[in-house]
Design a protein around this ligand. Structure first.
Ligand code: FES
Length: 119
């Protein structure tokens, strides 16, 4: 899905946090502002793997949740608080809920020397 450029999206190379700040599995949200524009993203850790997604549900384009925990109670999926959709952590594909043909919007991140950076 095409999305317009967001001036609040952080540029590549921005350090987000240490991997150790996230539980395993765990998640953390990030919020950036530029003028009136807002960029909300989240990272999810499973072991040594960290993935990033926009904090936007493809079902209704609402935020998945607040800046705290974005995982389902069993810690296996990204959870949308809007209508309880579940998304696979590995690729953001919806596996349950009203958004079954959709997937989360990727926000590329990488781990370098124990810290998570935007790409
Ligand atoms: S807004 Fe996420 S499932 Fe409806």
């Amino acid at each position: 899905m095409w999305r317009p450029a967001n001036p609040a999206k952080p540029k590549a190379g921005v350090r987000l946090c240490d991997v150790q700040e996230l539980e395993d599995p765990g998640s953390k949200g990030f919020w950036f502002e530029e003028g009136l524009a807002v960029f909300a993203g989240l990272v999810v850790r499973q072991g040594e793997t960290v993935r990033g997604y926009l904090n936007t549900c493809p079902h209704a384009n609402w935020q998945l949740g607040v800046q705290g925990d974005f995982l389902s109670p069993d810690r296996r999926y990204v959870y949308c608080a809007g209508h309880a959709a579940l998304f696979r952590v590995s690729d953001g594909k919806c596996v349950a809920g009203p958004s079954m043909s959709d997937q989360l919007y990727e926000w590329p991140v990488e781990v370098r020397e124990g810290a998570i950076y935007t790409v």
